[in-house]
Ligand binder design. Structure first.
Ligand SMILES: *Cc1c(COP(=O)(O)O)cnc(C)c1O
Length: 362
């Protein structure tokens, strides 16, 4: 077996994305020999004592890192956040009831589509009129809705709620791309859910953090696989959970704890965002694509003032070992995803390239 020297790549992938190097090392070791037991993490039963301990630890770390109230529960499922879009109305919309949604981008739109299949769905706010380049504010959520759903960070368009909407009804949030990036008051949410592959771990697991008191009230007959309460009652072991994705998520959460928890991580993320947006604003050859007050700290998006220069810029950042900053096809330009594990040195490397590009083409 060869141990290739790690090539220095500045990984700006939007998801699946960068995780801490030490997590990869621990995970690689566990694939070969999990906790010295002579077996791989990939070949032990999910009901074995060692894996039960992993699951319990992963669940408790979610609550600890986010400071969730004691009675909140954590479930890890497969299916991605996209399955969450379906599970939300199934578990929270009463038969004959209605839901309220804010439409701030592609993922929010997909969540709305699933709710419409389940029943009446009121879109209380939308930023579609300006290609989702801002976060709508000052909207009213009907007091007779069963729940209100929003997307805290819009991964594709690069916007992020800086203040969460006040709601008269239970709040459900898709936090896939900014969970653990900043402190939140979990008690304000009936449910927070997130696909692992943006800030928590590898693709394959989705975390659901919820107040169980809101469940079991819809009058709907649910398939056991779609029933959040069933999964909670069975401790995420109703069927085989995505064991490796849960394990690596646990390792990543342990790393988050080691580096000081979510408050410390928020400071790092703010510093990274200030560095990159600073360059976008200082250098006239770049333009941000979103409203300044709604700029995402996870997925900054920008374009060149002169799009004809894209090949020149592309050659420069590739040369500097930067990877994954091409924008989503629906926005164009660039998206520099800066999840928790991206070091500020990588942001500096990109800013250096931007400065050099501006000097040559300004
Ligand atoms: C990536 C993403 C999703 C989709 O997640 P899947 O795990 O691919 O289903 C949903 N919501 C947001 C905010 C995302 O960033």
């Amino acid at each position: 077996m060869s141990t290739a020297t790690a090539v220095k790549v500045h990984n700006y992938s939007a998801g699946p994305c960068i995780l801490p190097r030490e997590v990869f090392e621990q995970a690689a070791q566990a694939v070969l020999d999990f906790e010295g037991g002579g077996l791989s993490i990939l070949e032990i039963s999910h009901r074995s004592k060692p894996f039960e301990a992993v699951m319990a630890k992963a669940q408790s770390l979610v609550k600890e890192l986010l400071g969730a109230p004691d009675h909140y529960q954590v479930v890890f499922l497969g299916g991605g956040a996209s399955m969450g879009f379906h599970m939300v109305p199934q578990n929270y919309m009463k038969v004959g009831g209605k839901s309220a949604y804010a439409n701030t981008g592609e993922w929010a739109s997909r969540a709305i589509k699933e709710s419409k299949l389940a029943g009446e769905t009121v879109v209380v706010a939308s930023s579609e009129d300006k290609n989702f380049s801002y976060i709508p504010k000052g909207f009213t959520i009907p007091a007779d809705a069963d729940y209100f759903h929003f997307t805290s960070n819009n991964t594709i368009f690069g916007t992020q709620y800086k203040q969460f909407p006040k709601s008269p009804v239970p709040v459900v949030c898709d936090m896939s791309s900014d969970i653990f990036s900043r402190p939140v008051n979990v008690a304000d949410f009936a449910l927070i859910y997130a696909g692992a592959q943006k800030n928590m771990g590898p693709a394959g697991a989705t975390v659901y953090l919820f107040d169980p008191n809101h469940l079991g009230k819809t009058g709907r007959k649910l398939s056991p696989m779609m029933d959040l309460k069933n999964h909670a009652d069975k401790e995420s072991m109703y069927n085989t959970p995505p064991v490796f994705a849960v394990y690596v998520s646990m390792l990543t959460m342990e790393w988050m704890k080691r580096v000081g928890g979510v408050a410390a991580i928020e400071k790092r993320n703010t510093a990274k965002a200030e560095l990159l947006y600073g360059a976008i604003d200082r250098l006239p050859v770049f333009k941000g694509t979103t409203a300044v007050e709604d700029r995402s700290h996870m997925n900054p998006t920008f374009v060149l003032a002169d799009a004809k220069l894209e090949p020149t810029f592309d050659a420069m950042w590739k040369e500097a070992g930067i990877s994954g900053i091409r924008g989503h096809r629906s926005v164009g330009g660039y998206r520099a995803s800066m999840y928790n594990a991206l070091p500020i040195e990588s942001v500096q490397a990109l800013v250096d390239v931007m400065e050099e590009f501006a000097k040559k083409n300004g």
